[in-house]
Design a protein around this ligand. Structure first.
Ligand code: ATP
Length: 648
């Protein structure tokens, strides 16, 4: 029989851990700071300075209008000049305001909407109503502070301080704030896997997760099948009869789980606005399921009845008749609302797994519904306060993530300094470590030479490459020929002494034209050897370099599908070949935020079969961590001088 055992490190860690009171009292003001940082961007008087900061995309034209889901209008905007959007800070699901291009910063908007789709050359926004005028003139989009998110985080803090003793999370709070040690089953939990391909580290993690009584951390380094493991944990928990709330910070990560769980015919429901969901998960959406529910068809019958009564009311002349009809309409309206609510509650109560974003977990529709387990994917990229919105709903939690990749972005420098960016995942890793954590150790993405650097630098040499990828080469891809550009797995292209100094663009972001040319030249060589441009990615830490690279790419039709993005924008993704343009090249040997281990870890580990580093070795070697990186590339790969690309 499974017994209980307290963790050894819990007590020691408890002293170091932030207390609930400290957390609640410090986080409230930090949320305000962060909100103010976003709003100050809005209240700046000069639209130009907002544009420089990427909070405005100016000089756009409306190129398409379509009716989207739930009657939303989807407007597509493209730049008036050139065919690439300037560098910006917009992301899907951001709330934006549409204005005439020349309007003052504080002027009225033509409409407010939500970013629906983002491409290099266009941005599509979902509006509730189509703006009546002004769409034929030059336009601009302004990013707005997401008030709702901040309010929900603050509400979660208030609830957290109240719910400690009695709420569904009463069992969890003392552990997450170091007042009680975590508990787990003494014996390994046996299970018969739904997925027959799981590796030993995944099985071990699942067994430990099933045995945890309060908190468990699934540490998933790049490409190790974190989501695959989460899916199995959810399936096993459902089999045990648990009701699960599964969340992630982003809609796309939630949809990824929905899609993969749906294959197992799990009783699941995706909570969230249909306009924000991937088309392939719409069938799982709450709205779609509510429409199919019995109470919903009753509500529909009531609406039909109301329609008949409404037309009777229009024709009625006699006051008493009118009064009677109105009274009846009122009763029916009440009944219709009740039926609708019942339909929603029925669907949510019947589901084994409810999936939503962290902020979506505060939906009123979930009021009164408690869960046996809360699962949070991408937990190392979510603010701790955001995690609490979901954690309030249950007594146990499983957090999956990798704190050695990039954390959530914090706008306010002060809030960041005061600890807002520290994630719950990281905090618990520091406090309880292996006692509550399992790290996945087999990776299914990278050639082992690409992986080894990351494994040694960040994961204590614990990661192994699965045999299916350990030796895979670019030239193993279909239709790709062996050539000097497709043979190496890792390449270092050194720009030292090649006159490729960094410069600042008008917006003070750093860029390096020489490096951009070399990166594009290498991508072209790969394409000439038969690699699909869509299998190649260029990653760079600087947004000005992204914009410049995109301009260069657009001059060559063969490179149309080559993806170019910042490191942050590439997290969670992969490409067969990755080219990293590090940009920094200066006589002072300053490397700026390149030295963040997590950023380089993400950049390098996006590559499956080839990773090519373009940099000024002399400049970047000034930083010890980066020095080891270039040395690794030099020793284990091909070293080239950028001059070899200049002449090509
Ligand atoms: N046990 C396994 N056997 C074979 N392939 C696997 C196994 N586990 C995961 N994979 C494959 O590895 C890839 C990554 O898996 P998954 O999407 O679950 O990883 P992830 O950890 O969520 O990704 P990321 O590293 O980007 O966070 C997928 O193609 C998946 O099919």
């Amino acid at each position: 029989m499974a017994g209980r055992s307290g963790g050894g490190g819990g007590k020691g860690a408890a002293g170091k851990m932030v207390s609930l009171q400290e957390f609640v009292s410090s986080m409230g003001p930090l949320i305000d700071l962060e909100k103010a940082a976003e709003i100050s961007a809005e209240s700046e008087t000069s639209a130009k300075s907002l544009e420089r900061r990427g909070c405005i995309i100016a000089n756009l034209k409306c190129t398409d209008a379509q009716t989207g889901l739930m009657g939303k209008t989807l407007l597509e905007f493209q730049p008036n000049k050139g065919d690439v959007l300037p560098s910006h800070k917009f992301g899907t699901h951001d709330v934006v305001s549409l204005k005439p291009n020349k309007a003052d910063a504080g002027s009225a908007s033509l409409g407010q909407g939500v970013v629906y789709r983002l491409k290099d050359s266009s941005i599509t926004v979902a509006f509730d109503d189509i703006p009546e005028d002004g769409l034929n003139s030059p336009l601009r989009l302004e990013k707005l502070a997401n008030e709702v998110t901040y309010r929900r985080m603050k509400d979660a803090l208030i609830q957290l301080s109240k719910a400690v003793q009695t709420g569904p999370c009463a069992n969890l709070v003392p552990v997450l704030f170091g007042e009680r040690a975590p508990m787990r089953s003494k014996d390994a939990m046996k299970f018969s896997p739904f997925n027959k391909n799981l590796d030993d580290s995944q099985k071990d993690a699942i067994s430990k997760a099933l045995g945890s009584r309060d908190v468990f951390l699934l540490h998933g380094p790049p490409g190790t099948g974190k989501t695959t493991t989460i899916i199995e944990i959810i399936l096993q928990e459902v089999k045990r009869g648990s009701k699960i709330l599964a969340c992630a910070a982003s809609n796309i990560a939630v949809d990824n789980i929905v899609e993969r769980l749906a294959r197992y015919r799990t009783k699941l429901v995706r909570l969230g606005h249909p306009a924000r969901l991937l088309p392939q998960v719409l069938d799982s959406a709450l709205d779609a399921q509510v429409l199919r529910a019995d109470n919903s068809s009753l509500a529909g019958d009531i609406r039909k009845e109301m329609k008949v009564l409404n037309s009777k009311l229009l024709k009625a002349k006699d006051r008493n008749t009118k009064r009677d009809i109105r009274k009846e309409l009122k009763t029916l309206a009440k009944e219709e609302r009740k039926r609708q609510q019942l339909a929603v509650t029925d669907v949510l109560k019947n589901a084994d797994v409810v999936l939503t974003t962290l902020t979506g977990a505060s939906s009123k529709k979930l009021d009164g519904i408690t869960f046996d387990l809360v699962v949070i994917d991408e937990a190392a990229q979510a603010l701790e306060v955001a995690c609490w919105i979901a954690l309030l709903k249950g007594p146990r939690c499983i957090l999956a993530g990798d704190h050695l990749q990039l954390p959530p972005t914090i706008q306010s420098v002060e809030a960041e300094k005061k600890g807002m960016g520290k994630t719950l995942f990281e905090r618990l890793t520091e406090a309880y470590g292996e006692e509550i954590t399992s790290m996945l150790t087999v990776q299914y993405r990278m050639h082992e030479h690409i992986m080894n650097w990351s494994s040694k630098e960040l994961y204590n040499n614990k990661i192994k490459a699965h045999s299916s990828v350990a030796g895979h080469m670019v030239y193993d891809l279909e239709d790709v020929t062996r050539s000097s550009s497709t043979e190496p797995t890792i390449i270092l292209i050194d720009t030292t002494g090649c006159d490729m100094e960094e410069v600042k663009d008008e917006e003070e972001s750093t860029m390096n034209e020489g490096e951009a040319a070399v990166s594009i030249a290498h991508a072209k060589l790969l394409v000439e050897s038969g690699v699909h441009a869509s299998d190649i990615g260029i990653i760079t830490p600087y947004s000005a370099q992204v914009t410049y690279l995109k301009m260069m790419r657009n001059k060559d039709a063969k490179l149309k599908d080559l993806e170019i993005s910042t490191v942050d924008g590439f997290q969670g993704r992969e490409k067969e070949a990755i080219i990293i343009s590090m940009v920094r090249s200066n006589s002072k040997k300053e490397v700026g935020f390149l030295s963040d281990h997590r950023r380089m870890n993400v950049a390098v580990t996006r590559a499956r079969r080839q990773c090519c580093l373009v940099c000024d070795v002399e400049t970047v070697s000034n930083d010890k961590f980066l020095k080891r990186l270039v040395e690794y590339f030099e020793e284990n790969g091909e070293y080239l001088s950028a001059s070899e690309y200049q002449s090509s």
